[in-house]
Write a protein that binds this ligand. Structure first.
Ligand code: CA
Length: 420
């Protein structure tokens, strides 16, 4: 719900710094750092919740105060939307009230760690353009979209154990590959790729046997992060039938460290997702009932080791938007739990690669270079079809509209290390 915390004229006593501001007072995203526990970003600083509560600058009931002084966000997420909003309002009041810099720590001094313990991670495949492009490449003779695609959000159960925080190096995986002209071999992945996605952290879950209906689904989501689902295309191509991705997707998925809450995103919600002429009707349990499409913009850039050594800026590849999804996070959650599958606080669901309909909005190298047939010229004179050792992939995201303050997500970055 849009309220006074989204007021464009609201100003904090915290200095915002110069340049583009990701974390104005209208945002207040959540993170965890190794030294101070739970923190909330504001400008180029972060509120240390332990300090603010310990000094009496923030006052809450015992269950909220206790959750906010732990080393992960799981307990706070489990409290529910009313408590998340209460804490947002209290933080807002503190940050526009009397100055209390003793509760702050500079972002540059924080060692950010995983914001929550992720029990289960599920990745979806919710952008039709991505599914269509991949379908054309992997199954050139048939309909690129499988018959189920427009009836349900397709997903697979991923590995929570390999979700890592932005800045973690990514080791090139090895695996079983099938060259066109020989028997399978075990070798380092040659077709290493990123996938431009977002992840939704589940705040409150459901008991086994219960469902989360569409009209309640957004209430269960705590917030959103950028997600890079690193992918080994050559491993994927050989292993994916008949049960879908396995080792091609289980070695690393990076997330941005700051969780932007659904409350902060209130001014950027839209109706939808749009269906196209001729699309089949959606079954009742998946019909959108609230403004659950999030208008979040994103872009992906790449830099080689040499570019960084020579001080050359990273090269922007594609720019996309979460509005490109054919299925919303609410629909993914309603479908995921439609069998009574329980979700827990801190579970993560990924959107799937967010590609638009144009080349400059394709969300992975497989699509962007069209399986390597349209290589990218980097400013250091080299070419890329897929990722090389030393390459850094940086995803940025933000929300912008004429009627709300711009908010950002920070970066989701990772550098490829050689295989071991
Ligand atoms: Ca993916």
């Amino acid at each position: 719900m849009i309220d006074h915390t989204h007021d464009m004229s609201a100003m904090s006593w915290v200095e915002m710094g110069s340049g583009r501001i990701d974390f104005p007072i209208q945002n207040l995203p959540w993170g965890v750092c190794s030294k101070h526990g739970i923190v909330v970003a504001i400008g180029e600083q972060a509120v240390v919740l332990r300090e603010a509560i310990g000094l009496g600058k923030l006052q809450f009931a015992d269950d909220i105060a206790s959750a906010l002084q732990s080393d992960s966000l799981n307990a706070f997420m489990a409290l529910g939307h009313a408590d998340w909003t209460e804490v947002r309002h209290a933080l807002f009041e503190m940050l526009i009230g009397e100055s209390c810099p003793e509760v702050l720590c500079a972002l540059s001094e924080l060692m950010l760690v995983m914001p929550a313990q992720i029990g289960d991670y599920t990745d979806f495949y919710a952008a039709r353009n991505h599914a269509t492009n991949v379908g054309k490449m992997f199954r050139p003779d048939g309909d690129p979209l499988m018959p189920n695609y427009l009836h349900l959000p397709v997903g697979y159960h991923g590995r929570a154990s390999s979700v890592v925080i932005s800045g973690t190096d990514i080791r090139r995986p090895q695996g079983q590959l099938k060259p066109d002209d020989s028997a399978p071999i075990f070798a380092p992945c040659k077709l290493l790729d990123y996938e431009l996605e977002f992840g939704a952290f589940i705040g409150t879950g459901n008991a086994i046997g219960d469902r989360i209906p569409m009209d309640d689904a957004m209430e269960h989501i705590f917030g959103i992060v950028i997600l890079n689902d690193w992918s080994a295309r050559d491993i994927q191509k050989w292993e994916y039938q008949p049960l879908g991705p396995f080792n091609a997707k289980n070695f690393a998925s990076s997330i941005s460290p700051w969780i932007v809450t659904i409350d902060a995103l209130a001014p950027f919600r839209e109706e939808g997702p749009a269906r196209l002429d001729g699309d089949p009707d959606i079954l009742e349990y998946l019909k959108p009932v609230t403004d659950d499409v999030l208008d979040i913009q994103c872009c992906v850039s790449i830099s080689s080791t040499k570019m960084r050594e020579d001080g050359i800026d990273s090269l922007q590849l594609s720019k996309s938007s979460l509005t490109n999804l054919t299925w919303s996070f609410a629909q993914m959650l309603a479908h995921h739990t439609s069998t009574g599958c329980p979700m827990n606080s801190g579970d993560l669901i990924g959107s799937g690669t967010i590609s638009g309909g144009t080349k400059d909005s394709r969300g992975c190298l497989l699509e962007y270079t069209w399986r390597g047939t349209e290589p990218i010229d980097l400013p250091d004179g080299t070419q890329r079809r897929f990722l090389q050792d030393g390459d850094e992939v940086i995803i940025k995201a933000w929300c912008e509209s004429g009627s709300a303050t711009r908010i950002g997500f920070g970066d989701c970055a990772g550098i490829i290390l050689p295989h071991n």
